[in-house]
Design a protein around this ligand. Structure first.
Ligand SMILES: Nc1ncnc2c1ncn2[C@@H]1O[C@H](COP(=O)(O)OP(=O)(O)O)[C@@H](O)[C@H]1O
Ligand SMILES: O=C(O)C1=C[C@@H](OP(=O)(O)O)[C@@H](O)[C@H](O)C1
Ligand SMILES: [Mg+2]
Length: 194
């Protein structure tokens, strides 16, 4: 009997413009930056970097710990430094934290990094809030300190909307999409660009 090789699955990553080095996902908490970003990277055959995870590793502390210990201002400084580092990565999908674009320094960093495509994942506040609540019930360690007060969170959402919109080259409304449908739409828009 001759030995047969196990069947191999061939994977052809989606082709994006050759000059593109980074895809940045932005939007409010619950927009799907982390989950859509991870899937998108997989389907492009690119690396995935979640800015929240990246900064937690660099600071050796979780986000709730950083907020509780040092407050939001210090968290934002750690986030900026993690972003500067993240932007040196190539062929990488980067999921930002929802507050990163609020800082002028971060917007300048993002705008001045060449070959970088910024995408805004949008949805109405109630949809985003419900997604985050569902996620925190399913995994109680997934805490977002800035959602403790729904009223203050909605005020932040309204302040940030124009910032996300101005910064991004593409806005995708995800309220009626699954994460896979969001990825499919992003891939189709990225691969048809020239
Ligand atoms: N398009 C979507 N439809 C339904 N649920 C979604 C969608 N995008 C994200 N989610 C869910 O919402 C929660 C928050 O998603 P996440 O990717 O962590 O968002 P972000 O990183 O933008 O805060 C997760 O439980 C995720 O599975
Ligand atoms: O919107 C914000 O200011 C924040 C969003 C969070 O990331 P996600 O947007 O991935 O939830 C995380 O960075 C932190 O809790 C603060
Ligand atoms: Mg996230």
């Amino acid at each position: 009997m001759t030995a047969t090789k196990p069947a191999q699955t061939t994977f052809t990553p989606a082709a994006v413009p050759a000059t593109l080095q980074r895809i940045i996902l932005t939007g409010f908490m619950g927009a799907g930056k982390t989950s859509v970003g991870r899937l998108l990277a997989e389907q492009l055959g690119w690396a995935f970097l979640d800015l929240d995870e990246h900064l937690e590793t660099r600071a050796n502390a979780t986000i709730p710990e950083l907020f509780a210990r040092d407050g939001e201002a210090r968290f934002r400084r750690i986030e900026s430094s993690a972003l500067a580092n993240a932007l040196s990565h190539t062929h990488t999908v980067i999921a930002l934290g929802g507050g990163a674009p609020e800082q002028l320094t971060n917007r300048l960093l993002l705008e001045q990094t060449p070959n970088t495509h910024i995408i805004f994942l949008d949805a109405p506040f109630p949809v985003l809030f419900d997604r985050c609540m569902l996620q925190s019930f399913a995994s109680p360690d997934h805490i977002r300190p800035l959602l403790a007060s729904p009223e203050q969170a909605e005020a932040r959402f309204l302040t940030r909307q124009p910032i996300y919109r101005r910064l991004a080259r593409l806005t995708l409304s995800t309220a009626d999409l699954t994460t896979q449908q969001a990825v499919d739409q992003l891939l189709s828009s990225l691969t048809t660009e020239n």
